[in-house]
Design a protein around this ligand. Structure first.
Ligand SMILES: Cc1cc2nc3c(=O)[nH]c(=O)nc-3n(C[C@H](O)[C@H](O)[C@H](O)COP(=O)(O)OP(=O)(O)OC[C@H]3O[C@@H](n4cnc5c(N)ncnc54)[C@H](O)[C@@H]3O)c2cc1C
Length: 489
């Protein structure tokens, strides 16, 4: 898809000139070299220069951009920080790319609510309100870079979404600009609003329905105490069963993650941190709350996790808690050191189905001869089976075929084809695996109701019948993860 082209300003399409009149000239980037910075998101296999890049600074700028694009029948792709893993913000050569990075306004927190601009980074929200004892709960590993607009458009999750919900559960209201150029507020600062739940509809809409220009986030009090239990098991299946038992007992961990034995060894090789390399699976469970609540729930969880555990450690203090989390946080960097290429899959299964689904996935791995390693958000049932392969040995197609089989296993267990990375262009073909033609048509009809001319992010997330072949996943080559400064999944 790479496209190199040179263009003089007099060759700019009329819409680019009109945009420079509708906003300021310095908010429009047309030269290919500067546009090249935006030619892909973290789904690096697809690269494309946009027609031009626009940098709105206000809702009024977004209205002017949307109206100009409509007047010239030109598609518009929204982009936050470009950390998306499914190609949602990949430019189109015939489309304007609108980057929200200058829309950084932050309101004043009132009643644990705060309005912020779409270009505000997720981490910046918590940093800003921390002195007031508050934070924003959804914590994607990309939180130091990804924007709240992108988080809404992908309905992003994170380690603590197990207890506090994903983005949609932590947003009270949105300001949007529709494809018709109207400014609308959806939801409100209360808990519920009358009418159909259009606020929820905008979450995970991947820039296809409207442009998000303001987000009213719900803030929570920072929990006074957090403790982690690290429990090692014979294999991943015992670890997954222990996870199911924690929920059956009525406990609600703040975070519940699992890493497999391959990764315990790989992390140990990287950090030499004293993790239990004799174990085939490790559960990391965090409880939060007041001192009393944490003592009680940690004890209850330790009793359950301890039934089949070979090793069990409870964090003694904050430094020890952070140390134990390294077993999870270093898992993807350690994996990258063990294979020239990795296909990171993203899917969900119900928590109770984790053990049987992972068993089937390991059988598929055995049958095909690929190594499939696992580090995942067990509390959400969100798994990231990762296929280790070597593109230079011609293994790419077979790895992708295995990836498709893994997704089929997840669907057969009542799961979904994506957990947190969205559909974009990466998974658009898989939509036909999960949804019937009628269901996909229903998505298309909803899009058309909001965007009759199909100008907002066309060709992403919602398949047309020709898409319904097999698709791909996040491909990491030579250990080079996109956005190396960020934590991993
Ligand atoms: C190392 C790494 C770790 C990650 N970890 C996680 C994780 O733990 N959990 C998780 O859920 N995701 C994770 N991600 C994926 C990614 O960070 C999230 O999807 C994030 O929400 C994207 O935000 P962004 O600002 O980068 O959006 P972009 O990538 O710029 O855009 C994503 C989508 O949102 C649309 N969009 C952006 N802004 C707007 C707007 N204002 N209005 C309408 N549509 C808009 C775009 O068109 C596109 O479809 C990770 C990514 C990386 C690289």
């Amino acid at each position: 898809m790479d496209q190199a082209y040179s263009r003089q300003s007099e060759d700019f399409p009329p819409v680019v000139t009109a945009l420079a009149g509708a906003i300021r000239t310095d908010q429009v980037i047309g030269d290919p070299e500067s546009c090249g910075v935006y030619s892909n998101d973290a789904y690096t296999t697809a690269r494309q220069l946009p027609m031009c890049v626009v940098l709105p600074e206000s809702t009024q700028d977004v209205v002017a951009i949307v109206n100009t694009c409509r007047e010239f029948n030109t598609p518009l792709v929204s982009r936050g920080a470009g950390t998306g893993l499914s190609g949602g913000a990949t430019p189109l050569p015939e489309a304007v790319l609108m980057v929200t990075s200058r829309m950084q306004h932050m309101g004043t927190p009132k009643g644990q609510r705060m309005w912020v601009g779409p270009g505000v980074r997720n981490q910046a929200i918590s940093d800003t309100v921390a002195p007031m004892g508050l934070y924003f709960a959804p914590d994607p590993s990309s939180q130091i870079a990804s924007t709240i607009g992108g988080n809404v458009a992908e309905n992003s999750g994170g380690i603590h979404c197990c207890k506090y919900g994903v983005t949609v559960n932590n947003v009270c209201a949105l300001e949007i600009v529709t494809a018709a150029g109207e400014v609308m507020t959806l939801g409100g600062e209360g808990l519920d609003s009358p009418g159909l739940d259009l606020l929820a509809l905008m979450h995970a809409s991947e820039g296809l329905m409207a442009v998000v220009t303001g987000v009213c986030v719900q803030l929570l009090p920072i929990p006074p105490t957090q403790k982690v239990i690290a429990a090692g098991y014979k294999d991943l299946f015992d670890a997954s069963e222990a996870v199911a038992q924690v929920f059956e007992a009525g406990l609600m961990p703040a975070a519940l993650e699992v890493v497999d034995g391959n990764l315990i060894q790989a992390v140990e090789g990287l950090l030499n941190a004293g993790f239990p390399t004799q174990c085939g699976g490790m559960v990391l469970l965090e409880m939060d709350g007041t001192d009393g609540e944490v003592e009680e729930t940690v004890q209850a969880a330790a009793d359950i996790l301890g039934r089949k555990a070979m090793t069990l450690e409870v964090s003694r203090d904050e430094a020890h808690r952070l140390h134990l989390w390294k077993a999870r946080k270093a898992a993807f960097p350690a994996m990258a050191m063990n294979s020239p290429d990795i296909l990171v899959l993203d899917a969900t299964v119900p928590r109770q189905a984790l053990a049987p689904a992972l068993r089937e996935i390991s059988l598929l791995a055995e049958k095909t001869g690929f190594r499939v390693w696992n580090a995942y958000h067990a509390g959400d049932g969100n798994i990231h089976p990762s296929v280790l392969f070597d593109a230079a040995q011609g293994q790419t197609e077979a790895a992708h075929q295995l990836g498709a089989e893994v997704l089929k296993v997840c669907l057969a267990h009542g799961g979904t084809i994506t957990g947190e990375h969205g559909i974009g262009i990466e998974k658009i073909d898989y939509m036909c695996m999960q949804f019937s033609q009628q269901e996909n048509q229903c998505f298309q009809d909803l899009k058309s109701a909001w965007d009759a001319d199909g100008l907002l992010n066309p060709g992403k997330a919602i398949p047309t019948p020709h898409h319904c072949a097999e698709g791909g996943a996040l491909h990491v080559h030579q250990g080079q993860f996109p956005h190396p400064e960020l934590e991993r999944f």
